[in-house]
Design a protein around this ligand. Structure first.
Ligand code: FAD
Ligand code: FES
Length: 368
């Protein structure tokens, strides 16, 4: 029998949202994408360009949480905004495209994420952005922030869309490129273009990425940073190409919105033979308080904690967003997916509770 110190089951779950934001404006970007701008809360929302918000919504009587990257820059835009592309059959993206309206309030977790950088007016960076579809969202916030904060840095943006009508931020990007002709180069690639399209076309492959990089190489900048965010296939090609060109791992900053592997992250039957087969006791330190509870082999540490009514932070529940990150103080866990963690975070002992399963006794995790 485990010694469990936790809130009583019947005690209502505390909803530890960070802020409640009021929708200010909803802008239709394309037929299947909207940008939702929020009023500034009091105090103002602090975030880094490229970070994401976790929206907590009640849809059909059920709480849903999803991560959405901020498309705005805290240095440029008065109101924070997220851009949401409709996913076929998706619960939240369709709700937001069809039903969100000015005046509605949405609870959020604090802005999170490592898909960002620090800015300095003396930097002479070359930012190479490779993106597609809704992956442009965080890139937009970073691009605006570079242009205003780093007068000596330049940006090459390779942006892939399926058709001309699906280019998100089409006009905004044109305007930014026209305003900064020497510092921002936008290369639009359309997979299935109409007859009038004169830009890049077809699938993005290694040759196209290499050609773009060769053309955009700049003698005036000192450091090149690569930001990759987009559909899985595009990200895989971009990562492979950059690794093949011996670009150091630490210069490649990437964000995945979705991976097919994450679909199986919570499914023990899809995890192979090294999954745990014992129920283990786990201790979690949450807001300074220790809670111990049992985790059965078919549950992750987050799922079992939520079953115990613990107020653990989470969003994507598939190992991508890091909302559920904690530091493993003792014991051993197996993570089904760890795409959200940087190499440094892994070295420092951070784990993602939503995809972690206990593999030993004495597991203690501190959630900060
Ligand atoms: C860190 C982070 C940042 C994100 N930022 C953005 C953003 O700025 N804009 C944005 O539109 N989305 C973003 N996403 C994705 C977003 O969180 C949701 O996953 C997406 O909107 C789908 O949610 P849903 O409820 O509509 O679909 P769900 O109901 O969760 O899923 C329905 C089905 O669609 C498939 N699916 C789910 N997500 C995707 C996907 N992204 N691509 C392809 N198939 C999918 C799955 O097969 C799933 O079974 C981000 C995700 C992460 C982790
Ligand atoms: S909740 Fe997103 S990584 Fe765990």
């Amino acid at each position: 029998m485990f010694n469990i110190f936790k809130r009583k089951k019947e005690e209502p779950k505390k909803n530890s949202y960070y802020a409640s934001l009021k929708v200010r404006e909803v802008v239709k970007e394309t037929s299947d994408t909207v940008t939702i701008f929020f009023e500034q809360p009091e105090p103002f929302l602090e975030y880094k360009p490229g970070q994401f918000l976790t929206l907590i919504l009640e849809i059909n009587g059920k709480e849903e949480r999803r991560s959405y990257s901020l498309c705005t820059s805290p240095y440029v835009d008065p109101y924070p905004g997220v851009t949401v592309k409709r996913i076929k059959g998706g619960v939240v993206s369709n709700y937001l495209n069809d039903h969100i309206h000015p005046g509605k309030t949405v609870n959020i977790l604090k802005p999170m994420g490592n898909f960002t950088t620090d800015f300095h007016s003396k930097n002479k960076n070359h930012f190479v952005m490779i993106t597609g579809g809704s992956g442009i969202t965080p890139i937009m916030g970073i691009t605006k922030s570079v242009l205003i904060n780093e007068p000596n840095s330049k940006i090459t943006l390779l942006y892939c869309s399926r058709s001309e009508h699906e280019i998100i931020f089409d006009k905004q990007l044109d305007q930014l490129a026209a305003a900064h002709p020497d510092r921002l180069e936008v290369l639009m690639n359309i997979t299935k273009p109409g007859p009038d399209w004169t830009g890049l076309k077809g699938r993005i492959d290694a040759a196209k990425i290499k050609e773009t990089l060769a053309k955009s190489a700049s003698a005036e900048t000192t450091t090149t940073k690569y930001f990759i965010c987009g559909p899985e296939g595009l990200m895989d090609i971009a990562k492979e190409t950059l690794h093949g060109m011996n670009v150091p791992q630490e210069d490649i900053i990437k964000e995945s919105f979705y991976t097919a592997a994450s679909e199986n992250a919570g499914d023990p039957d899809a995890q192979g033979s090294d999954r745990p087969f014992l129920t283990r006791e786990v201790t979690v330190i949450l807001q300074g308080q220790e809670y111990s509870y049992a985790v059965s082999p078919d549950k992750t540490i987050l799922e079992a904690g939520l079953d115990e009514n613990l107020d653990m932070p989470y969003s994507c529940q598939s190992g991508l967003c890091t909302a559920c990150m904690g530091r493993l103080l003792s014991g051993e866990v197996k993570m089904d997916e760890d795409a959200g963690l940087s190499d440094n975070e892994k070295k420092e002992g951070f784990i993602l509770c939503c995809v972690s399963r206990p593999m030993s006794a004495d597991i203690k995790i501190k959630i900060e």
